[in-house]
Design a protein around this ligand. Structure first.
Ligand SMILES: Cc1cc2nc3c(=O)[nH]c(=O)nc-3n(C[C@H](O)[C@H](O)[C@H](O)COP(=O)(O)OP(=O)(O)OC[C@H]3O[C@@H](n4cnc5c(N)ncnc54)[C@H](O)[C@@H]3O)c2cc1C
Length: 342
């Protein structure tokens, strides 16, 4: 095995999970080049160990000791494949920082990703849950995903259709750890219009004529709104939204509205609607609540926080209480958004 493929024992991941839990990986390997991956996977298989993939750790809940080999995705590059009148096509390394990449696109005047500014984590993780914010999902701009398939031991390029994107979901969630994503191909069309209909952005731009709003202004507005509403993981541990917004039938929504006229919902399809999970949690009295070392953020009830010294057990205890109360009150199941490693 090459020296750059030699896993490191007992590797601390405290700085690599935004919840800020003390976590030790049994084995870890920083991956800076795609070529390291096949050797690393073979090493784990030969050792009889499972492997896991970690980007920035902003959407995972990790146990105190992470068994097996953890691949730390650090492949960092941006390549312009095409740039012409119709579109810009970019190939970006999985370990590139997502927000830095979005900022870079706007510096080059490549528009489209501005609503997704300030989402923590890496480019390679963006397709996993099809990251979304302020009315935009990343799937709209992904053309393909390059990955190593640990099942077939082959390099693959998955098209947008292959990725099976949906709300906070993709094939990568159905088959965890099968595909190690090394790069993502983005297509950013030159025809562009600001997307500011989402309530916070609409308020920010206050009925300004759409053609006068620049992409950089949307980026700045998204950053300002997010900074105000969401806790900075460098200050308070968190993984952003802890629960997905539940999708329910319009029939169930009608009966809930009869009981709770203020309930916050958004149309999802012709037959289904999405409920604002934060509103449900807030109504159950959890907003701002602290219990031990964990709590519920006082400005956004969807965000569970860790102030240091806590562990997974404490966090899951609180999450369980919230799920139970929301189910009892509204009859709705809250599904966690982050991925739990064991
Ligand atoms: C303050 C805050 C705000 C957030 N806001 C949003 C938001 O608005 N919208 C949103 O959608 N999300 C949001 N998130 C969640 C999170 O930022 C995203 O899901 C992000 O894409 C995770 O990136 P990561 O690199 O940290 O992934 P990680 O947490 O490291 O990993 C997440 C999952 O992806 C897998 N994975 C990571 N990299 C790869 C790879 N290269 N190949 C294969 N699998 C991989 C991991 O195995 C894991 O299953 C927020 C999180 C925080 C802390």
């Amino acid at each position: 095995m090459n020296s750059d493929c030699k896993p490191l024992a007992n590797y601390p991941l405290r700085e690599r999970n935004t919840l800020g839990f003390e976590v030790i990986a049994q084995w870890a390997l920083p991956i800076t080049q795609a070529e390291q991956i096949p050797q690393a996977i073979t090493w784990a298989k030969n050792a009889g160990l499972p492997h896991r993939i970690l980007g920035g750790g902003s959407n995972v809940v990790l146990p105190a000791r992470l068994h097996g080999l953890t691949l730390l995705m650090d492949i960092d590059f941006i390549e312009v494949l095409e740039n012409h009148a119709a579109k810009t096509r970019l190939r970006v390394g999985a370990g590139a920082n997502w927000h830095d990449f979005v900022r870079w696109t706007l510096d080059q005047n490549y528009r489209g990703l501005e609503n997704l500014a300030l989402i923590p984590g890496t480019v390679g993780a963006a397709p996993i849950q099809n990251i979304g914010a302020y009315g935009v999902e990343v799937k709209e701009y992904i053309d393909a995903v390059e990955a190593y398939d640990c099942q077939t031991n082959q390099w693959v390029s998955l098209s947008k259709t292959d990725c099976q994107f949906s709300y906070r979901h993709s094939i990568f969630k159905d088959e965890p750890n099968r595909f190690v994503i090394t790069a993502v191909i983005f297509d950013l069309p030159k025809v562009w219009q600001p997307r500011v209909s989402y309530a916070d952005l609409a308020n920010h731009f206050d009925n300004r004529a759409i053609e006068t709003i620049a992409a950089q202004e949307v980026f700045d507005a998204v950053c300002a709104i997010r900074t105000q509403k969401l806790p900075d993981p460098k200050v308070i541990g968190n993984v952003g939204s802890f629960f997905q917004n539940p999708v329910i039938s319009n029939q169930q929504l009608r009966s809930l509205k009869a009981q709770f006229p203020q309930i916050v919902s958004y149309p999802e399809s012709t037959t289904h609607s999405k409920l604002a999970a934060g509103w449900l949690i807030d109504q159950c009295g959890f907003k701002g609540m602290q219990t031990g070392n964990v709590g519920v953020h006082d400005k956004q009830a969807l965000v569970l926080t860790h102030r240091g010294g806590g562990n997974v057990g404490e966090l899951l205890g609180l999450a369980g209480q919230i799920q139970k109360r929301v189910k009892e009150t509204f009859g709705v199941d809250l599904i966690p958004e982050p991925i739990f490693f064991n």
